[in-house]
Design a protein around this ligand. Structure first.
Ligand SMILES: Cc1cc2nc3c(=O)[nH]c(=O)nc-3n(C[C@H](O)[C@H](O)[C@H](O)COP(=O)(O)OP(=O)(O)OC[C@H]3O[C@@H](n4cnc5c(N)ncnc54)[C@H](O)[C@@H]3O)c2cc1C
Length: 385
């Protein structure tokens, strides 16, 4: 049986960023994926680093997102140095359009609390919106401009992380983990092909985490939320300089001039990743409404992915050691923000694997404090050793 300090179950951005950090800390690490590393949600993502876009209140989630966004320049540099792959990190801002008085009010309120928290957020009048991004036309009442939010090229991020992990860890692709079991002072990870021994196990199985969690007696459920995406090449002179976000639909310009448009949010589609005519038609219609200059552009491709969303009161991710099950670490439920949160998640997981105390910022996501604060009994009673 192969033995490691840590086995990571799931090689998406979350599992790979975690594995990379743990290997850098000197631990022997294996990453096991039932498909190809980075082959699921992490490569399907639009790659937005929307710390301000995605935050709905000045809360712990906002703080975690900001911290991870701040890590990105050095994270991207380090990945480039380690692998030669440029993840195309860019801080080009996000423009959030307001098309009704209600939306404008809500965005101005967001501007207020984000500024109070020390972030940059600027209200733009309609003519200023068009000065900044010529392609935006129509009945826009203004926009909130978030200059510090940016994006990366998600497939390149996955490729870079995969290259890091392949050089620093043992990688098992095409190997489905069917069980994670406590054995003595450690863990046994049963794959469909082989069995692995580990002192610690990280569950980072994205939208597929539920069966593993259930078998471990952990009362958390992760459900897939399908998102469809498409990419176009704008006609000459009609490209975008920054991300345009219009009532749930976003247009994200990439370095090669292409624009990634997303995304549907389909919580009832289960694990069906097929693109649908209705889904893509709705996305395109909304995108053309916001930026009509894309008409006449070139259709490139469409794809979809499954966001891992935790059910329950909060869809925030759970990151850290599971209480009562020594050596078991969770990194699940990153939902809409796993690309943004990959660097900080890697740091938290590595810290947990090294037995270090959590930083204050992480406590709301750290199982012990998060569930104790809710008054729930989350001791993994089923994991008697
Ligand atoms: C359309 C779309 C757009 C998005 N846009 C953004 C964005 O702009 N910005 C952002 O920050 N986030 C975005 N996200 C969210 C982001 O992609 C996810 O939060 C993130 O990828 C989750 O990473 P993960 O590693 O947890 O999951 P995944 O990338 O899905 O990886 C999980 C891995 O676990 C493996 N696995 C599962 N079960 C097993 C098992 N039993 N044994 C072995 N391996 C297993 C899978 O094969 C998979 O490779 C988007 C997501 C989608 C779908």
């Amino acid at each position: 049986m192969r033995a490691y300090d840590v086995v990571v179950v799931g090689g998406g951005a979350i599992g790979m960023a975690s594995a990379r950090e743990m290997a850098r800390a000197g631990l022997s690490v294996a990453v096991i994926d039932r498909g190809r590393l980075g082959g699921e949600a992490s490569s399907a993502a639009a790659g937005m680093l929307g710390a301000q876009l995605e935050a709905h209140a000045p809360d712990a989630f906002y703080a975690l997102c900001r911290e991870s966004r701040a890590m990105y320049p050095s994270f991207a540099d380090a990945l480039f140095e380690e692998t030669g792959i440029d993840v195309e990190w860019v801080e080009n801002g996000i423009l959030q359009l307001a098309r009704s008085e209600g939306a404008a009010l809500a965005l101005r309120e967001r501007m207020r609390w984000q500024r109070a928290a020390g972030d940059e957020a600027v209200w733009l009048e309609p003519e200023e919106v068009r000065e900044l991004e010529r392609g935006v036309v129509g009945d826009v009442l203004g926009a909130l401009y978030l200059p510090r939010d940016g994006n990366v090229h998600a497939p390149r991020l996955s490729a870079a992380l995969r290259a890091c992990v392949a050089s620093a860890c043992d990688v098992y692709e095409g190997e489905e983990v069917v069980a994670v079991e406590p054995v003595g002072a450690g863990w046994r990870v049963r794959g469909a092909r082989e069995v692995y021994a580990a002192e610690r196990v990280v569950v980072a199985a994205g939208a597929w985490a539920s069966p593993l969690l259930r078998a471990l007696g952990i009362p958390l459920e992760v459900r897939p939320v399908k998102g469809q995406m498409l990419a176009v090449r704008p006609p000459r002179g009609a490209g975008l300089c920054r991300t345009v976000y219009d009532a749930g639909t976003y247009l994200v310009p990439k370095r090669d001039g292409t624009v990634v448009i997303g995304a549907t949010e389909e919580p009832d589609a289960g694990y069906d990743k097929r693109n649908t005519v209705d889904g893509l038609a709705a996305l395109l219609a909304k995108a053309l409404d916001a930026v009509p200059g894309l008409r006449g552009g070139e259709w490139l491709r469409a794809w979809s992915g499954l966001r891992p969303r935790l059910t329950g009161d909060s869809s925030n991710p759970v990151i850290g050691p599971w209480p009562g099950a020594e050596g078991l670490i969770l990194a699940v439920g990153h939902f809409r923000n796993g690309v943004l949160l990959a660097p900080i998640t890697g740091r938290i997981v590595a810290s947990a694997a090294l037995g270090r105390a959590p930083e204050d910022l992480w406590l709301p996501f750290w199982p012990q404090t998060r569930f104790a604060a809710r008054g729930g009994d989350v001791r993994a009673d089923t994991l008697e050793r």
